[in-house]
Design a protein around this ligand. Structure first.
Ligand code: C2E
Ligand code: CA
Ligand code: CA
Ligand code: CA
Length: 272
């Protein structure tokens, strides 16, 4: 039994070593991709309600891996957060997104996902300012999406950087609302320009409990004068419910999938 335990331990050890090596290799490949245009952005439209116009597009990063093909962000953003590459990755995303949006009609904003770890970079404000200056994009057209993880450390530093971003004219959006650490206190103490209801609620529509939760979130947001976006809208039924509930903006496969820049341009020209 003793030697088996020992073998078991060695087996675990080897598996762990493999895992570490795989992650290290992936990390190196990702570093190369960031430095040598191996990343690309797709853009998903956000439609205003009830006008049904494209009022913004969300930039979603993809990794064009030489052997694995197109890798979705869920498979490398976490790694980048662990090994620190998120700072360079995030700067690349911000610059590329602002550059793209600078060519769109003035009323169409660009939403960029930012990891809470990026906010801890003392250079983050100047990275954003640099992306805006290089592209010529007006700050009010940049929406920075942050998930509720930001509240895990309800720190003065977080509050400070969000205030600074607000001061230069960017919008701060609370992403994936309802899944994490938000509380009414946090909502009041941070100034968000928009709240995005997580798609897990949207996808349960028209179930009554989901409908009740969304209704509650919308009236809460309305009482604070914050517009609401619903993400993950896949059916016309869900869209109609959200419209009835007074949702301000919708995003999802029903309205448009994430698309490369040339395709999204065509949609913007038709629907903005
Ligand atoms: P997210 O910010 O919640 O982005 C929305 C995700 O939902 C996207 O997945 C989008 O393709 C997907 N989606 C949109 N509409 C629908 C729908 O109707 N149904 C379903 N089932 N899914 C829908 P994607 O592009 O794979 O991105 C996943 C996550 O990766 C994002 O979630 C975001 O948290 C993160 N991410 C993406 N790009 C970046 C980035 O540039 N920086 C950082 N830090 N994170 C990013
Ligand atoms: Ca997002
Ligand atoms: Ca989201
Ligand atoms: Ca999400």
């Amino acid at each position: 039994a003793k030697s088996q335990g020992r073998n078991g331990f060695q087996f675990f050890d080897a598996a762990l070593r493999d895992e570490i090596q795989t992650r290290a290799r992936l990390g190196n490949e990702l570093r190369t991709a960031i430095a040598s245009s191996g990343l690309t952005l797709h853009f998903q439209p956000l439609y205003s309600m009830p006008a049904n116009r494209i009022s913004a597009c969300e930039a979603l990063v993809r990794w064009h891996h030489p052997t694995h093909g197109m890798v979705p962000p869920d498979q490398f953003v976490g790694l980048a957060e662990e090994n620190g590459l998120i700072h360079d990755l995030g700067e690349w995303v911000l610059r590329a997104a602002c550059q793209e949006a600078a060519d769109w009609p003035e009323q169409v904003k660009i939403a960029v996902n930012v990891s809470p770890i990026q906010l801890r970079n003392p250079r983050f404000l100047s990275i954003v300012e640099g992306a805006l200056a290089c592209s010529g994009l007006a700050p009010h057209r940049l929406e920075i999406e942050i998930t509720e993880n930001i509240f895990v450390q309800n720190s003065a530093a977080n509050r400070h950087i969000l205030q600074q971003l607000g001061r230069i004219g960017c919008s701060i959006v609370l992403d994936d609302f309802g899944t994490g650490y938000s509380s009414l206190g946090y909502l009041r103490s941070f100034q968000f320009q928009k709240i995005k209801i997580d798609r897990s609620f949207v996808q349960e529509l028209p179930e009554r409990s989901a409908s009740g939760i969304i209704q509650a979130i919308i009236s809460l947001a309305q009482s604070m004068d914050i517009p609401i976006t619903a993400e993950g809208v896949e059916t016309h039924d869900q869209w109609a419910h959200l419209n009835d509930l007074g949702c301000n903006q919708v995003q999802g496969f029903l309205l448009g999938r994430p698309q490369p820049s040339d395709v999204i341009r065509q949609s913007i020209l038709s629907y903005a």
